[in-house]
Design a protein around this ligand. Structure first.
Ligand code: CA
Length: 430
């Protein structure tokens, strides 16, 4: 479990002035990413305010254990370093960006983020999506199986499936409307064509740090040592294809056409102040099996994160209207903790590798204002959402943009955010 230290001090200021009071990237955050400065190749960087610090350019000022990882065009080696080494990097970068004496040497390695290209932070070898949002699981289960919403394994097993790593893209890359096979309740035969029920899913992504050897498990007490950080994840979903194809092997083409993530890895170290207790299970629910139970994980394995989803349609943008908020909830609505997800994934000896990405599953709250997908908000398309532009939505239309937001809060600490996770829907191709 990461510790609170001087890098989290709420009064710590940077000489990068736009970092002070920045809603996402004050000096207390320092997320890691891969970016290209204008006209140059990809490299590791740290976001600070509206700027990016080029780690390669200041490599000589960083701990020696970090330097070999900085030759790569991805963060896999860096994420795979022991948590203590990542923490040493964080402390050093924090000092360099707060100490006025370091300014002359470090300032030439800063770029305005608006002038840079952001990339995926890692080569994602494997991507697994879980289903730990219990309100989402119950809501979707009610729509797909009215008599039997939550299957009996749900409260014992962190349910997941292997997704597709190669179709994950960073924020801002547009999503092409997928084609697929669907069969509505009134159809006698399935049809093949553009999805008519295209949806988003609000999720968190967990970046794996140090991996485990094939055959070895990750004990629950050690699971947080294997988590390098977090991002936002939009698991775009074609509900019409999903309903027809998901039995008996689970999601496939309804989910693998594109997933969007926020490009910055908000490190486990940055989130140290924002741990909260895992909410107690409803009375009568089974206790987790012993391999998933850890007292410290139950006491502090959840995160105080506010989550929001916004929509912006073409007409809203033309009229100069701001994005409209579709939902507002918290990350506390997860039935399993990040540590339980990691431990369960490796419990059979499955090897996790640095830069693997695990999705939590859609995070919905118990209230109507906190639902993490249009499927839930519109009750399967039966109750459209009215937008301030006079438009209505059941599912997404071409030109719609979805924006996910996450911010960590705790009294006495500087709030930090995850940065942008947005993408727009393009018409079907061909
Ligand atoms: Ca999902």
């Amino acid at each position: 479990m990461s510790q609170i230290d001087e890098t989290h001090a709420p009064d710590l200021k940077s000489w990068v002035e736009d970092a002070n009071g920045h809603p996402d990237f004050p000096i207390q955050n320092l997320p890691l990413g891969i970016f290209s400065p204008p006209g140059e190749g990809p490299r590791a960087g740290v976001a600070v305010g509206d700027h990016i610090l080029d780690l390669k350019a200041i490599g000589d000022s960083l701990p020696a254990a970090i330097r070999p990882a900085l030759v790569d065009e991805h963060l896999n080696s860096l994420l795979g370093l022991p948590a203590a080494t990542r923490r040493a990097l964080r402390r050093r970068v924090s000092t360099l960006l707060s100490d006025e004496g370091a300014r002359a040497a470090v300032a030439p390695a800063l770029y305005k983020v608006a002038h840079c290209t952001l990339h995926l932070p890692a080569r994602i070898g494997d991507y697994t999506d879980f289903y730990v949002g219990i309100h989402h699981a119950t809501n979707v289960g009610t729509l797909f199986r009215p008599d039997n919403p939550l299957l009996p394994n749900y409260k014992y097993v962190p349910i997941g499936y292997h997704g597709r790593a190669s179709s994950i893209r960073p924020s801002a890359v547009p999503v092409v409307r997928p084609r697929g096979q669907a069969k509505g309740p009134a159809d006698s035969e399935p049809r093949f064509g553009p999805s008519q029920r295209l949806d988003y899913e609000l999720e968190l992504g967990i970046w794996i740090g140090e991996g485990n050897v094939l055959g070895d498990a990750i004990p629950i007490g050690a699971a947080t040592d294997h988590i390098a950080g977090f991002c936002l994840l939009n698991d775009w979903s074609a509900r019409d294809f999903q309903a027809w194809e998901y039995v008996p092997l689970g999601p496939f083409l309804a989910k693998n056409f594109h997933s969007t993530i926020s490009p910055w890895v908000v490190t486990a170290e940055a989130l140290a102040p924002f741990h909260i207790a895992q909410p107690p299970r409803t009375e009568g629910d089974p206790a987790p099996l012993p391999y998933l139970w850890d007292a410290q994980d139950q006491a502090s394995g959840a995160y105080a994160l506010d989550l929001r989803v916004y929509i912006s349609t073409e007409r809203m943008r033309e009229a100069g209207r701001p994005p409209f908020r579709l939902s507002e909830g918290t990350a506390a609505n997860m039935y399993w903790t990040a540590a339980q997800i990691v431990t369960h994934h490796a419990s059979n000896g499955c090897n996790l590798n640095p830069g693997d990405l695990l999705g939590t599953g859609t995070i919905s709250g118990p209230d109507r204002s906190a639902l993490g997908s249009l499927l839930e908000i519109t009750r399967g398309g039966a109750e459209p959402v009215d937008l301030p532009s006079g438009e209505r939505r059941t599912f997404l239309e071409d030109g719609d943009e979805i924006i996910l937001e996450a911010r960590a809060h705790r009294d006495g600490f500087a709030s930090i955010g995850f940065g942008e996770c947005r993408a727009r829907i393009l018409p079907v191709r061909g």
